[in-house]
Design a protein around this ligand. Structure first.
Ligand SMILES: Nc1ncnc2c1ncn2[C@@H]1O[C@H](COP(=O)(O)OP(=O)(O)O)[C@@H](O)[C@H]1O
Ligand SMILES: [Mg+2]
Length: 271
């Protein structure tokens, strides 16, 4: 488990702390969705999750290891994969297979096992057969899935994804979300930073940050059922949730579970 306990973080010279008294956790096979406006502290929390930053207050533990403990920092980094917004910035190899092999190679994984890890990781993100392709010729969505494969080749227990779909078109976004769903099914714990509640409707928990503090902690369903509240948190709800809310306010009894256009149409039909 990744546990953030009363975590605070201040960048040197900053007037206000980027994070203040934040307690959340990410369990294996679960998705914690992290939302909030720009500057609310999402990326800072993400970087604290794998020891890229260490907290100024409180503690972050990865499977019991304090991320501030220098003796275990490499163990922490190998357990927690990290992918960021811009897939371009994450390409390190001239061929897809070199790119994916980069991390485990640095860990000293022997070459026969490396082959297996690279092939498995590419398969896991739907890029089987892409071994000899040049990363810079891939679509943005494919590049992002390649980055996820690179993280997976380290065989991490957790993946932190900081706005992984922000720069993608709808197809790339769908494919990356699909790859993240598969990882969760394999037992990887995921911290998914996003602006779109629609990306994380099946997350186990949603945390919304505002000015470095937790402004909401609950389920995606509860937040979607109350688009007015979501708006005050600067969270973008899926259009279906907006529609259901507008209908309810107009007197149509749309049930809380109706989250697809079909289910909403059904309740209008029967009202
Ligand atoms: N490297 C940095 N140095 C100083 N301040 C920073 C740095 N990175 C982020 N900040 C500040 O910390 C706060 C939180 O930023 P960040 O975690 O990037 O938020 P988010 O990812 O939600 O947009 C913001 O006020 C931002 O300006
Ligand atoms: Mg950010």
């Amino acid at each position: 488990m990744i546990v953030f306990e009363h975590v605070g973080f201040a960048y040197p010279g900053a007037a206000a702390p980027a994070l203040d008294d934040v307690s959340v956790s990410v369990s294996p096979g679960q998705v914690l969705a992290l939302l909030g406006p720009n500057g609310s502290g999402k990326s800072t929390l993400a970087r604290l999750g794998n020891g890229l930053l260490v907290p100024s207050a409180g503690v972050v533990r990865v499977d019991g290891m304090d991320t501030a403990d220098e003796d275990t920092v490499w163990d922490v980094r190998s357990r927690v994969g990290f992918i960021q917004q811009n897939p371009e910035n994450q390409i390190v190899g001239t061929l897809a297979e070199e790119d994916v092999a980069f991390g485990p190679e640095n860990l000293g994984v022997p070459s026969d096992e490396l082959r297996v890890r690279v092939d498995d990781a590419l398969a896991a993100v739907g890029l089987s057969g892409f071994q000899r392709r040049e990363p810079h010729l891939l679509s943005e969505g494919q590049k992002q899935r390649l980055a996820i494969a690179g993280a997976l080749a380290m065989r991490p227990s957790y993946l932190i994804a900081d706005e992984p779909t922000a720069m993608l078109d709808p197809v790339g976004r769908r494919d990356v979300l699909g790859a993240l769903r598969d990882l969760r099914r394999r037992g990887v714990g995921i911290l998914h930073v996003t602006h779109h509640l629609a990306d994380v409707v099946d997350a186990d928990e949603v945390v919304v940050l505002r000015n470095g503090r937790i402004a909401y902690q609950g389920t995606p369903k509860a937040l979607m059922a109350d688009p007015g509240h979501a708006r005050t948190l600067a969270v973008e709800v899926p259009p279906e949730a907006e529609l259901a809310d507008a209908l309810r306010r107009g007197g149509v009894p749309v049930p809380a579970g109706a989250s697809t256009p079909e289910a909403i149409a059904e309740s209008v039909w029967h009202s």
